[in-house]
Design a protein around this ligand. Structure first.
Ligand SMILES: [Zn+2]
Length: 370
């Protein structure tokens, strides 16, 4: 770009990068990636379709060398409905993409859970939370946190949404067991209640299997990989939390924090981390790409308070399993609002935060000496 020319994105209304649905987001992503000179792949989920019969794919754009030694990997939508923000950030990045130098590449993975985005669900087509599905070698998809069986009835009642004093009853459980223990039990990941929230599945899911296979085939030459995974829902509204994932951690957290000029939450800091999870993507990457040194940062952009988000997830889950699952139902619209607020201010902020981190990570990755 010639000196003095502002990046295109500063002249645009950032909220316009948000798409109204999966099909639109996919089309825009592919067009923008091509316009930016990217190479596209599409990993198709053959068994499932979107609400209008459309194909569901995980789309991957690479900008830069095929056999790059240093790679910045940006993923959106592992949690389906959270993809609206991640896809918007990727579209904004493609409007003014970083130019990777020789030996480097930027890889954008558009919507790891396309079923969830298309059907406004956090989980995938098998009710699996994909960020609890990627267990390490030797781990089995069994069990649940000790407290989960005691909250299953309250969290996942086998009936369509209704007013049932959920907040009050949850409050009583929190008094008995403690807020922190309750949060941990709900969100850690469970492998026992197939229709429940935060279900991690009973096997590696089709989408992640395709994606991990793509990584093995395409990024094996990477010596250094910086992975960024964008989520929404946790933390202060319009704020961000950057959580380092255990299992990666090629760069000492202080060094990475200084390089990105941002506070990072260390996974070993029990007080700062919202909760521990099983089967997350960050822990899986080192097993998939053992030759690479990997850093993994999960970016959370806050929306509403945790109870509002949990209530929305719970009602949508009830509607999906015990109603018709139609998209017009208030439970569907509420879960979309809980994880992707309609407010233009929030949307602008989400794109700013996502883009700004992506650019800082690009500078770190592409400037890094190996
Ligand atoms: Zn998430």
């Amino acid at each position: 770009m010639p000196p003095g020319v502002q990046p295109q994105t500063s002249n645009l209304k950032l909220e316009t990068f948000f798409s109204p649905d999966y099909a639109t987001a996919r089309e825009r992503f592919r067009a923008a990636a091509q316009a930016a000179g990217g190479v596209l792949d599409a990993l198709a989920l053959d068994e499932v379709r979107g609400p209008n019969g459309e194909a569901l794919t995980i789309d991957i754009a690479r900008i830069g060398e095929r056999a790059a030694r240093r790679v910045l990997l940006h993923t959106s939508g592992v949690h389906g409905v959270e993809a609206f923000a991640g896809a918007a950030v990727q579209l904004a990045a493609l409007a003014d993409p970083p130019a990777p130098p020789a030996g480097c590449a930027l890889v954008l993975v558009h919507v790891l859970n396309p079923y969830g985005m298309a059907w406004l669900r956090r989980a995938n087509e098998n009710n699996v939370d994909l960020n609890r599905n990627l267990l390490g070698p030797g781990e089995r998809w069994v069990g649940a946190p000790a407290l989960y069986p005691r909250i299953d009835g309250l969290l996942n009642p086998p009936a369509p949404p209704s007013s049932d004093l959920f907040r009050l009853r949850l409050g009583m459980l929190a008094l008995r067991h403690g807020v922190r223990a309750l949060k941990q039990a709900i969100a850690e990941g469970q492998y026992q209640y197939a229709r429940g929230l935060f279900y991690g599945g009973n096997a590696l899911q089709p989408g992640p299997a395709l994606y991990l296979d793509w990584l093995r085939r395409n990024l094996l030459q990477a010596e250094y990989l910086f992975a960024l995974d964008l989520h929404t829902g946790l933390g202060r509204r319009g704020g961000e939390m950057l959580i380092l994932e255990p299992g990666a951690g090629a760069t000492p957290s202080r060094e990475l924090s200084a390089a990105l000029n941002r506070a990072l939450i260390d996974p070993t800091d029990q007080g700062a981390r919202p909760y521990r999870i099983r089967g997350g993507m960050g822990g899986a990457l080192p097993h998939i790409l053992p030759p690479a040194a990997i850093d993994f940062v999960l970016q959370e952009i806050g929306t509403y308070g945790p109870l509002t988000v949990l209530c929305a997830l719970r009602n949508e889950n009830r509607w999906h399993h015990h109603g018709t699952g139609s998209l017009e139902h208030p439970a569907k619209q509420a879960v979309r609002e809980a994880l992707c607020p309609a407010s233009p201010d929030w949307r602008r902020r989400a794109v700013e935060l996502g883009l700004s981190l992506l650019r800082a990570a690009a500078q770190f990755t592409f400037g890094k000496r190996s």
